[in-house]
Design a binder for this molecule. Structure first.
Ligand code: HEM
Length: 542
C-alpha cells in the first residue's frame, strides 16, 4: 500500500492529463485527415500550436510571408496549421478549377463565424438553403434596371467628393492628403443613398460608423491569426473582446436608424400614393372611359413590374414574407460593411495613378476626349467609352484586391491531380489567395509592375477565367460586382476630370496590411492639385 498525499495528487493528475493529451495527439496525427493534409508541403509547425507563432507578426508582414515567402518556398498549393485546424492555400488558377467550378462548393468555414456579431447570418456568411433563398430574393436589387437608376445619385455624391477634395486642397496648402478617409465617406454616402434610400448622412454619423467598422476589422484580424481569441467566452473577457462589443453596438445603432427611417419614409410615400390615386380616380371619371382605362392599366403594370432597391425590397410585402427583423438587420449590415471594399478600390486606384503619371496622363486624355470642357454629368453611354479607365481599375484590383483571400469549406474530398496529386479531405478549409493568385508571374509577367494594358481585350485572350478574381468567382461571387464597377467608373471619371494626383517620391512603397481587407497600413497620402482646364461645379444630375 502507498499513500497519496494531497500535495502529490495534483502533480499526478497533471501528469495523467498531459499523458492523455499526448496519446490523443499521437492518435490524431495518424488519422487519414491529418495524413492527407501533411502530404501537402508547408512550413513545419509546433505541436498543438502549428504555425500560429510564425504569423504572430505585424499585419503587413503577414502578407510578405503568406503571399510571398511561403509561395516561393512551397509552391502554388501549400498548407499551414492554425493550432489543430489546417488551412490549404491555393495560388494558381488551374488548381482552383475543381473548387470554384463546382456549384456544390458554397460552404463557408467556421473562421467566418467571427463576422457573426456584426452581420449575423447575412448573405456573405449564410449557408445552405438560407444562402440560396436570400441570394435569389436579393438578386433583383442588383438588376441593371435598378442600377441604372443610381447613375444620378452617384454623380451627385461624386460632386460632393470633388467638394471635399477642393476643401482639403485649400486646408492642406499643397501638403499630402490622406485619400482613404475621403473615399470611405464617399462610398458610405453612395451606398446609403442608393440601396438604403437615405440621401443625406450627417458628418458625425459617418465618422462614428467608419470608426466602428475600422475597430471591428482590427479585432477581426487579430482573431484570424490568434485562434485563442476565437473562443467566444474567453474573447469577451479580453480587451479586444470589449472593444469589439463596443464597435458592434455602434454599427447596429447606425443600421437600426437607417432601417427605421426608411420604413417611416415608405409609410409616408404609401399614404401619399394612396391620396394621389384617390384624386386621380376622381379626375378619371371625368375623362373618356377608353383613354382612362388605358392609362390606369399601364401604370398598374408598371408599378408591379418595377424593381426595387435593396432596402425597399426587404421592407415591402415580399420582404416581410421572407425576412424577419433580424434578417433585415443582418443584410443591411452586410451591405454597409461591403461599402468599404469599394472605398479601398478607389484608394488604391488613386495611389497607383499618382505613382504612375504616364498612365494618369492617358486617363486624363480619355476623360478630356469624352467630356471636353463640359461640366455635364457622366452618363451610361460615357461608361462604355471609358475603356482605359476600366483597364486601370482592373490593374489596380489585380495588384490590390480589396478582399485579398476568401475561404471555403470542402463538403467532400477533392482530388488535385496537378502538382503532385493531393487529396484535400472533406471538411478542410481552403484559402483562395486572390492576392497571390494575381501576382503569379506565369500569368502576369513582371507582376509587380502597374501595367493596365494587360487588360486590353487583345491582351486578355486565353487568360484563365480564375486568373483575375477580385470579386471571387462561381456561385458565391460578389453580388455587388456590377454596382461596384458602375460606382468606380462614375466617381473616378468625375475626379479625373478635375484633379491630378501625385506623390512626393514614387519610389517610397505604400505598405498594405493583409487583413480581412487589403488596407493601406498608414493611409495613402497624395498631393492633389486642380487641373488647369478645371470646369465649374456641375449642377446635381437627375
Ligand atoms: C470593389 C468592390 C468590391 C469587391 C472587390 C468585392 C469583392 C467581393 C468578394 C471577393 C466576395 C466573395 C467573398 C467570399 O467568397 O467570401 C464578395 C462577396 C459579396 N459582396 Fe462584394 N465586393 C465589392 C463590392 C461590393 C458591394 C458594393 C456590395 C454591396 C452593395 C457587395 C456585396 C457583397 C455580398 C453581399 C457578398 C456575398 C455574396 C455571397 O456570399 O453570395 N460587394 N465581394
Amino acid at each position: 500500500m502507498f499513500h497519496v498525499t494531497s500535495t502529490g495528487l495534483i502533480p499526478m493528475i497533471g501528469s495523467l492529463l498531459v499523458g492523455l493529451l499526448v496519446v490523443y495527439y499521437w492518435i490524431w496525427r495518424q488519422s487519414r485527415f491529418v495524413r492527407l493534409i501533411n502530404a501537402i508541403p508547408g512550413p513545419d509547425g509546433l505541436p498543438f500550436l502549428g504555425n500560429v507563432l510564425d504569423l504572430n507578426v505585424p499585419s503587413d508582414e503577414v502578407m510578405n510571408i503568406v503571399s510571398g515567402d511561403w509561395v516561393k518556398k512551397y509552391g502554388n498549393i501549400y498548407r499551414i496549421w492554425f493550432t489543430i485546424r489546417p488551412v490549404i492555400l491555393v495560388t494558381s488558377p488551374e488548381l482552383l478549377d475543381p473548387i470554384m467550378g463546382n456549384h456544390k462548393f458554397i460552404e463557408k468555414p467556421v473562421e467566418y463565424d467571427i463576422f457573426t456579431p456584426f452581420i449575423g447570418k447575412g448573405i456573405p456568411v449564410a449557408t445552405d438553403e438560407r444562402w440560396k433563398k436570400n441570394r435569389r430574393l436579393l438578386n433583383p436589387a442588383f438588376h441593371f434596371q435598378v442600377l441604372n437608376t443610381f447613375v444620378g445619385a452617384i454623380n451627385n455624391k461624386s460632386i460632393n467628393c470633388v467638394g471635399e477634395f477642393e476643401e482639403a486642397i485649400v486646408n492642406y496648402k499643397g501638403d499630402e492628403i490622406d485619400v482613404f478617409p475621403i473615399m470611405s465617406r464617399n462610398t458610405l454616402d453612395i451606398i446609403c443613398d442608393t440601396f438604403m434610400g437615405r440621401e443625406v448622412l450627417k458628418n458625425d454619423e459617418k465618422a462614428l460608423f467608419l470608426n466602428n467598422l475600422e475597430g471591428f476589422e482590427r479585432v477581426f484580424q487579430q482573431r484570424i491569426v490568434k485562434p485563442w481569441l476565437r473562443i467566444n467566452w474567453f474573447f469577451k473577457l479580453t480587451a479586444p473582446g470589449r472593444d469589439n462589443a463596443r464597435c458592434v453596438k455602434g454599427l447596429h445603432q447606425f443600421c437600426d436608424t437607417i432601417i427605421r427611417e426608411r420604413r417611416e419614409a415608405l409609410k409616408r410615400e404609401a399614404a401619399q400614393t394612396k391620396q394621389n390615386s384617390a384624386t386621380k380616380s376622381c379626375k378619371m371619371t371625368q375623362t373618356s372611359d377608353a383613354a382612362s382605362e388605358r392609362d390606369a392599366g399601364t401604370s398598374d403594370i408598371g408599378e408591379t413590374k418595377k424593381k426595387l432597391p435593396f432596402l425597399d425590397l426587404v421592407l415591402t410585402e415580399l420582404g416581410k414574407e421572407h425576412f424577419s427583423e433580424t434578417d433585415i438587420r443582418d443584410e443591411v449590415n452586410a451591405f454597409l460593411g461591403a461599402s468599404q471594399t469599394t472605398a479601398l478600390a478607389f484608394t488604391w486606384f488613386l495611389c497607383m495613378i499618382a505613382k504612375n503619371p504616364k498612365h494618369q496622363q492617358l486617363l486624363h486624355d480619355e476623360v478630356d476626349h469624352i467630356f471636353g470642357e463640359s461640366d455635364r454629368p457622366c452618363t451610361l453611354q460615357d461608361l462604355t467609352e471609358l475603356k482605359y479607365l476600366e483597364c486601370c481599375i482592373k490593374e489596380t484590383m489585380r495588384l490590390y484586391p480589396s478582399i485579398p483571400f476568401v475561404l471555403r469549406c470542402l463538403p467532400e474530398d477533392v482530388e488535385i491531380v496537378l502538382t503532385g496529386g493531393y487529396v484535400l479531405p472533406k471538411g478542410v478549409t481552403v484559402a483562395i489567395m486572390i492576392h497571390s493568385l494575381h501576382q503569379n508571374p506565369q500569368v502576369y509577367p513582371n507582376p509587380e509592375i502597374f501595367n493596365p494594358e494587360r487588360f486590353l481585350p487583345e491582351n486578355s485572350v486565353g487568360r484563365h477565367p480564375y486568373a483575375f478574381i477580385p470579386f471571387s468567382a462561381g456561385p458565391r461571387n460578389c453580388i455587388g460586382l456590377k454596382f461596384a464597377m458602375l460606382e468606380l467608373k462614375i466617381v473616378l471619371a468625375n475626379l479625373l476630370r478635375r484633379f491630378e494626383f501625385s506623390v512626393r517620391d514614387p519610389s517610397v512603397p505604400i505598405k498594405a496590411s493583409l487583413e480581412l481587407l487589403l488596407t493601406p497600413k498608414d493611409g495613402v497620402h497624395l498631393i492633389v492639385t486642380k487641373r488647369k482646364q478645371d470646369v465649374k461645379r456641375q449642377t446635381p444630375f437627375n
